[in-house]
Write a protein that binds this ligand. Sequence first.
Ligand code: CMX
Length: 133
Amino acid sequence: MEISHIEHIGIAVNSLDEAIPFYENILGLKCYKREEIPDQQVKTAFFMVGQTKIELLEPASPDSPVAKFIEKRGVGIHHIAYAVENVDKALGELAEKGIRLIDKKGRKGAEGLNIGFLHPKATMGVLTELCSK
Ligand code: CMX
């Protein structure tokens, strides 16, 4: 598996409407897209920083994994996503190495990317995502 760059950093927030003005007016970044991902119960907002994105995540329902995360740990960095050539292949290689995975196969994430999560227990507590186009 070869990682080319950090594709995005996911940050859990209570409200996109409240968080976006900080990123735009204080950090000077531009929110280029908002997207809801119904099967993961999150609403997202994206900012480009070089070749890496900041992805704000607002829970779309009280049962959302992001709502559970905020309840347990508060708002803040939720996950780091690395870009790879082929998520399914990378997940297969990790499974062969005995790494605990959340997703055995890629699924559809934001921006039409194929994504898969590694279990935070296998990654020293950092929820880690792999993505490919
Ligand atoms: N960082 C670190 N640890 C985390 C974590 C996070 N973001 N989220 C959960 N955990 C920990 C939990 O605290 C829990 O630990 P304990 O067993 O010690 O209590 C453990 O991981 C399992 O968590 P869980 O919520 O009980 O497990 P689930 O299998 O239900 O969910 C997870 C796992 C991480 C995939 C889910 O909580 C999640 O966050 N899904 C991702 C949602 C998301 O971000 N979607 C948007 C993606 C869009 C995109 O990037 O394209």
